[in-house]
Design a protein around this ligand. Structure first.
Ligand code: ATP
Length: 237
């Protein structure tokens, strides 16, 4: 049984149909990448999974249960946690306060302490800058805070929307390495990316979204070797 399963999902913005019959699944322990051009519907897919955008058709199942109509906050409680595109770091709060926001619903003090340790091991830069306010950090550092905050919720599936967006090349490598590490520590990851090369080379499997429809799926290696994907997304003819 898949941990997360989208079945024939459609989403509209008024009369605009952003997604048409999207089906995909994420197995426990996987990194799955969803790639596509600007406006293909990647962010909409993430919004539908996290529950901030209703479906106009189809279903979403998580851990065997239909969550299609479940409220967004209750999905977080079940373990679906998104690190949003545009980062969404609270600019006036310190790094530590931002991370605390990720776990404010939790009561398990000992496990929370462990998770702080884990986040600071993954991102030593954040450990050095616990008391710096979010708004004064670089783009790459804010991305680390956003991912760290999502991890503090102890997600069962981590949804990452464009983690490499706007980052300098050395940060891009680093973020993808950390995503792999997070996954190796047991967190399932669904990743949306325009950086197809990195996203596919780090993923177990991937899907290609074009104008709201899934047009291809395969292992990361298969998709990277696919001539039409090379041409459209990897900049090689
Ligand atoms: P990007 O990488 O640019 O964010 P995307 O693949 O994430 O692109 P979406 O943002 O999901 O794409 O958009 C999918 C489609 O839905 C596009 O045609 C977009 O114009 C439309 N759309 C997205 N948000 C809205 C909205 N709030 N109102 C109306 N149309 C929208």
């Amino acid at each position: 049984m898949a941990l997360l399963e989208l079945n024939n999902m459609s989403v509209h913005y008024g009369r605009i149909q952003a997604l048409t019959g999207v089906s995909l699944h994420v197995e426990q322990g996987e990194i799955v990448s969803l790639i596509g051009a600007n406006g293909a519907g990647k962010s909409t897919t993430m919004r539908a999974i996290s529950g901030v955008r209703p479906l106009s058709g189809g279903t979403i199942r998580f851990d065997g249960e239909d969550i299609t109509k479940l409220r967004a906050d209750l999905r977080v409680v079940r373990g679906i946690c998104q690190s949003p595109e545009g980062r969404g770091v609270f600019p006036g709060m310190t790094v530590l306060e931002n991370l605390e926001m990720g776990c404010y619903t939790r009561k398990d003090k000992a496990a929370i302490a462990q998770d702080f340790e884990r986040v600071f091991e993954l991102f030593p830069r954040l450990a050095e800058r616990k008391s710096q306010v979010g708004g004064t950090m670089s783009g790459g550092e804010q991305q680390m805070v956003a991912i760290g905050r999502a991890l503090m919720a102890r997600p069962r599936v981590l949804l990452l929307d464009e983690p490499s967006m706007g980052l300098a090349p050395q940060f891009i490598q680093q973020i993808f390495r950390i995503i792999r590490e997070i996954n190796e520590q047991g967190t399932t990851v669904l990743l949306v990316e325009q950086n197809a090369q990195q996203a596919l080379s780090r993923a177990h499997r991937g899907y290609v979204l074009e104008t709201g429809r899934i047009v291809k799926e395969g292992t990361g290696a298969e998709l990277l070797a696919d001539p039409s994907i090379k041409e459209a997304y990897l900049g090689v003819a």
